[in-house]
Design a protein around this ligand. Structure first.
Ligand code: TRP
Length: 74
């Protein structure tokens, strides 16, 4: 739990309506386990957890991490 709550946050800002942030499961199986829909201007602040090792973003968005800022090419 300690590790979880201290994990880095990532910030996803939707630049369009209907942006999807999809959580992929940690471990041998890689499955979608959650989809969050964001509308233009909405911001999601999230952490990677025991259940989520990767995320996939569909649509026009800006993603801010400790590695820098990246925009989807839509
Ligand atoms: N289930 C995979 C894992 O925990 C999810 C994953 C992480 C993944 N990084 C990836 C899938 C890179 C494809 C490519 O490792």
């Amino acid at each position: 739990m300690e590790e979880k709550t201290q994990a880095e946050y990532v910030v996803i800002k939707a630049k369009d309506n209907g942006v999807q942030v999809i959580g992929l499961t940690r471990g041998q199986d890689t499955k979608f386990h959650h989809t969050e829909k964001l509308d233009r201007g909405e911001v999601l602040i999230a952490q990677f957890t025991d259940h989520t090792s990767a995320i996939k973003i569909r649509g026009k968005a800006t993603v801010l991490t400790k590695y820098g800022t990246v925009d989807t090419d839509v």
